[in-house]
Write a protein that binds this ligand. Structure first.
Ligand code: ADP
Ligand code: MG
Length: 698
């Protein structure tokens, strides 16, 4: 039987060593299996022939039938091109080549009936098609070309003749080889129940569909495979973990929690905060180890939820830890925790890389003898010499900065793994959460503390700085403070970025009556913190910064955020930055400054930002605009996204559906040992050979 995964693509008819090398290098296609799973990115109806007289420049593509009248070589150097004047009797179109001129001249002849396919444009009133696909009419069977598959290939491949049409031929050669049906990846009972096409058919149809309906069914089947096995893996992993690890049982709500609640709590909790604390409490009392993802928009009050959950652990005799991604943030948490827990008899300590010597030793000792109740830390807590007496609960704040491996190291800190609460910096879309953190339970804070006014967001052009500054001045006069953020500090950048230094000088000149702070990533942590503190203490009124302020810093009196070159930031970054203001009672503002020339994507980002302050809405839009691969967090998460057909932005319903199926299957048969399930166990095993180590997700 033909083993596609073992068979080198080089031996396929039409490939050979040179093309095999290209396929491997450019598309990572090495085996016949890889080639078969290289799916078309679009399908085009090529059964229709247009007449030249009816073509206009707005059509996405056209197909013409006629003859080349003559060739003409024009231009010099880079403008050098070959033009073929092509007629079908209703008009003349120019076919243009800038490359492969010699090859084209050798290959095509005047007065032969050709079918030409390509994207038309109008040039001097004449229809132009550059680098068209050309076939002998006799070679095409137009009536069967209802849905021609198109394959992405790289420039390098095209230069070597491996264009979409060539890929189509190779894949045709491959599917012709497959006479015996390929082995199934889904058991019959599941396929029948879900009305899914057999894998063998789906793979053939996707490369050569006859009708849109058939194509949709094939795509559905293959998407189902992709998504289902991700979910099955997650379901199995979390079920394994639950069986392996018992959780500490925090059964009491004790003195510290209650005292805090009645005396120290500086505001009343929002309904969402209360609900989430309840969810966490019941998790921590269940005997299962908690692994929970806490989603909430910037400013929704996640820190308070973390603190109150920690108090429950402390009341039950355990130590707790909250990890933040930067020193600035951990110091801020430290100050907050100290302030909130005043008078409760709780020992809070801060451990970062820059805390050394005697002080460090004293903290380490306190961790080991159990006298430290709350440790606020950064990555420093992961070091081997940091040991605890009874670590019961870990909070990871702004989690995407921590890699999967780092999270896993928490396990080794105690015999029984602590309960874990992961807090996101900004919301992530549901479908992404289900895929990335599918094994975590999710709590959502979907409500902001009362009295928050939505941040007014405006878009301004570069040339309009005078009005931006005038506005700033008005607000500063009222005693407010402002952030001005620049994309990055990189003198050698060719792109005309507004350099932070230059901006700083301009701002200092323009606002000579005010004090201005400057913070950027190249400063030493101590300098940076000192500058941030000056701003926080209102010793300075304006903070000019790069994105170091992006995450978490809390200055309630700051009510204006100016983002220079906002076009250089992604949506979630813009939203994070904007979240720095709007934390006090005053109306806050966010001014997005960009050049006049904007790409379509940038325009969309700006539009979304000015239209909504809702982080969940923004996260969904971001996913649609960028695709999951680029979203912050997916790289660090370590999950290699190998979704070829499935799309996290569009396939939400399917993801949810397959997730339910996967959970049902694992709940009934955790080891996939039943006869009707063994096939799935085998497929999972095979998929696990991928570079990602599934066992390390926390
Ligand atoms: P984030 O979810 O972004 O981490 P924080 O925990 O930093 O948000 O909270 C943002 C601000 O809101 C803080 O100043 C905090 O004290 C305040 N806050 C939190 N919860 C409430 C509440 N229920 N009522 C009023 N203010 C709150
Ligand atoms: Mg926070």
């Amino acid at each position: 039987m033909l083993d596609l995964e073992q068979r080198d693509v080089k031996f396929l008819t039409g490939v050979g060593p040179a093309r095999a090398a290209l396929l491997a290098q450019e598309l990572e296609i090495r085996t016949l299996h890889d080639l078969l799973y290289y799916f078309p990115y679009k399908y085009i109806d090529r059964s229709r022939i247009f007449r030249i007289c009816e073509v206009d420049g707005t059509m996405p593509y056209i197909q013409l039938k006629g003859r080349i009248l003559s060739f003409e070589q024009l231009g010099e150097g880079r403008g050098k091109r070959l033009v073929a004047h092509f007629s079908d009797g209703t008009g003349v179109a120019d076919l243009v080549w800038f490359q492969g001129i010699r090859y084209t001249l050798d290959r095509y002849r005047p007065n032969v009936e050709y079918v030409v396919f390509g994207k038309p444009s109008l040039y001097n009133g004449r229809v132009n098609v550059s680098h068209p696909e050309i076939d002998l009419e006799a070679n095409l069977n137009l009536s069967e070309m209802g849905m021609q598959p198109y394959y992405n290939t790289t420039e390098k491949m095209k230069r070597a003749g491996l264009n979409s049409a060539a890929m189509r031929k190779l894949i045709r050669n491959l599917t012709d080889l497959i006479v015996e049906p390929l082995p199934e990846t889904l058991p019959d009972w599941l396929r029948d129940r879900e009305h899914l096409m057999p894998l063998n058919d789906a793979l053939k149809v996707i490369h050569n569909p006859h009708t849109p309906l058939e194509l949709r069914l094939a795509q559905l089947r293959l998407k189902f495979d992709e998504l289902f096995y991700v979910q099955l893996n997650l379901a199995r992993y979390s079920s394994d973990r639950q069986r392996r690890f018992k959780g500490f049982v925090f059964s009491r709500i004790g003195e510290k929690f209650n005292t805090f609640y009645s005396h120290n709590l500086p505001f009343s909790l929002t309904g969402a905060q209360k609900r989430v604390i309840k969810e966490i409490r019941s998790d921590m009392g269940s005997g299962r180890q908690m692994n929970r993802l806490l989603q909430g928009d910037v400013g929704s009050g996640k820190t308070m939820v973390a603190l109150m959950s920690m108090l429950i652990a402390i009341d039950n005799g355990y130590q707790t830890c909250i990890m933040a991604p930067t020193e600035i943030l951990s110091e801020q948490h430290y100050r907050n925790m100290c302030r909130y827990t005043e008078g409760l008899g709780i020992r809070v300590e801060l451990l970062t890389g820059s805390i050394r010597g005697k002080r460090r030793e004293a903290i380490l000792k306190g961790l080991l003898d159990g006298s430290v109740d709350i440790l606020v830390s950064t990555h420093a807590v992961l070091e081997d010499n940091v040991e605890f007496h009874r670590m019961g609960f870990v909070v990871i704040d702004e989690q995407h900065r921590f890699g999967v491996a780092q999270r896993a190291r928490l396990w080794t800190k105690s015999d029984m793994p602590p309960h874990v609460l992961v807090m996101t910096a900004t919301p992530i879309p549901r479908t992404l959460a289900m895929t990335l953190y599918g094994d975590l339970d999710v709590s959502v804070i979907d409500e902001l503390p009362p009295g928050r006014k939505p941040i007014q967001t405006e878009h301004h052009y570069d040339g309009n700085h005078a009005s931006v500054y005038a506005f700033l001045e008005r607000e500063l006069k009222k005693g407010r403070q402002a952030y001005i953020v620049y994309p990055l500090i990189e003198e050698s950048e060719k792109i005309d970025l507004k350099n932070l230094e230059e901006g700083y000088r301009t701002v200092c000149e323009r606002f000579s009556g005010y004090s201005v702070s400057k913070v950027h990533g190249r400063m030493k942590p101590a300098e940076k913190d000192a500058e941030m503190m000056r701003f926080k203490n209102a010793e300075t009124q304006i903070l000019v910064a790069t994105t170091v302020i992006e995450v978490g810093v809390d200055v309630p009196n700051a009510s204006i955020m100016v983002i220079e070159n906002a076009n250089r930031f992604g949506l979630s970054q813009l939203h994070q930055l904007r979240g720095r203001v709007g934390r006090g009672a005053d109306q806050s503002f966010c001014l997005l400054v960009t050049p006049y020339q904007l790409s379509e994507d940038t325009r969309k980002r700006i539009d979304i930002m000015t239209a909504t302050c809702d982080g969940f809405e923004i996260a969904e839009a971001d996913l649609k605009l960028r695709g999951p691969g680029d979203l912050e967090g997916t790289q660090q998460s370590g999950i290699a996204f190998d979704l070829r057909l499935a799309n996290l932005a569009r396939d939400g319903a399917l993801i949810e559906h397959v997730r339910n199926i996967a959970r049902e299957i694992i709940a009934a048969d955790p080891g996939l040992a039943r006869e009707e399930n063994v096939l799935m166990g085998r497929v999972l095993q095979r998929l696990k050979k991928s570079p990602f180590d599934w066992s390390s997700i926390s």
